[in-house]
Design a protein around this ligand. Structure first.
Ligand code: SOE
Length: 373
């Protein structure tokens, strides 16, 4: 796969061979991706939006070299090495397969696709072509989540027994709040779970190294009309069990007034508990029966992976966009032939899609459903 002579700063600050991105989709996520590409020292070679008219203005805004009138032109652009797909979910499979067929590496937004079979087909296509194909499960890139992962792997929590938490937002609180994700046709049948529950489940499995094996879920739609009838859920509640014997619950909501993007993950074992709040990403609570403490992101005191992902010294808060920047930097490292630890790939997106399929099945049929391995 050809790459340019530009240099790219890796997650830990190292320089990499160049990275020229073509971004498809110009909404909130397309802009976040473009900032991350630039932060990594790469270039946005091209962009294409939902209409040819939007292209030039967005290209100027995000500093892209050029705008293409459609996705075919972007995929044929020889100066695009990596295609970033930031479109509504129903387009992911078709675009990712076309990008792979054109010999490009791919970054595709989550949920990877609208159902488990399609997500698995995308992972298989990437594997067969030997391209780098990643999914921005960016919460993996919080240094304190790497710290939690290292401590759990070292046995500091003892035998894991319980995991619980939530991912709560309010940007769809009111009936007149609308977005393409609300439509099952465009976003897939699970909206809140696909959009943010997928992050929560991925993070749980990443940090613990464990697997959700069974789920029992309920869906609730608070607003049945948002201009048109609504066929996706506002809230998912979930009970689960894992292969290693944890039980747990998760609450996923996009209608929780005042909660902007609050992801809580708390994991308990026979010795200790770790608790993380995405809105306070510099901190990790370590609870013990007789002495609890609040760990602060300080590269000098953290494990190697957490220190690697710490992009600024202690006391200089880093958060959401930094996670994205680190994710793109590690994707660039993978494109350059390295194997960065914890990089979420299409197989991880396909895994999240299998959990989503079990959640949907359980909610529709009632009762417990096994997650296919
Ligand atoms: C919108 O719900 C959204 O932008 C998600 O798509 C992201 O994955 C999440 O991190 C923030 O909220």
């Amino acid at each position: 796969m050809a790459v340019s002579e530009d240099t790219v700063a890796g997650a830990g600050g190292a320089t990499r061979p160049g990275y020229r991105a073509g971004i498809i989709g110009t909404g909130f996520m397309g802009r976040v991706h473009s900032r991350a590409v630039h932060a990594a020292g790469g270039a946005v070679a091209a962009v294409s939006g939902s209409t040819p008219e939007r292209g030039p203005a967005i290209a100027a805004e995000i500093g892209a070299w050029r705008a293409h009138p459609d996705t075919d032109a972007l995929l044929a652009d020889p100066e695009v090495d990596v295609v970033h797909i930031c479109t509504p979910n129903h387009l992911h499979e078709q675009l990712a397969k076309a990008a792979i067929a054109a010999g490009k590496h791919v970054v595709c937004e989550k949920p990877l696709s609208v159902d488990a079979d399609s997500a698995a087909a995308m992972a298989a296509a990437a594997e067969a072509a030997g391209v780098v194909a990643t999914v921005p499960f960016v919460n993996r890139f919080h240094p304190m989540m790497r710290e939690a992962r290292d401590r759990i792997a070292a046995g500091e929590l003892g035998a894991l027994s319980l995991a619980h938490g939530s991912y709560l937002q309010d940007w769809l609180l009111r009936a007149d709040d609308d977005n393409w994700r609300v439509s099952a046709e465009l976003g897939g049948p699970l909206r809140a779970f696909g959009d943010i529950g997928s992050h929560w489940c991925d993070l749980l499995e990443f940090v613990t190294g464990d697997r959700i094996t069974r789920v029992s879920a309920q869906l609730s739609t608070v607003h049945s009309h948002r201009g048109a009838p609504v066929d996706t859920e506002d809230i998912t509640t979930l009970q689960f069990a894992t292969a290693a014997g944890m039980v747990g619950t998760a609450v996923i909501s996009q209608v929780s007034a005042g909660r902007k993007n609050r992801m809580l993950l708390e994991i308990s074992g026979t010795e200790a508990t770790l608790s993380f709040d995405q809105e306070q990403p510099e901190l990790l609570w370590l609870g013990r029966r007789d002495h609890s403490s609040l760990l602060v992101r300080d590269p000098a005191t953290l494990g190697a992976e957490a220190a690697r992902l710490s992009r600024v010294p202690a006391g200089h808060a880093q958060g959401y966009q930094d996670c994205f920047n680190a994710f793109v930097a590690d994707t660039a490292a993978a494109v350059a032939g390295e194997s960065p630890d914890g990089l979420p790939r299409f197989v991880d997106g396909a895994r999240a899609a299998r959990i989503a399929a079990a959640v949907l099945d359980s909610a529709e049929r009632g009762g417990w459903v096994e997650v296919s391995p």
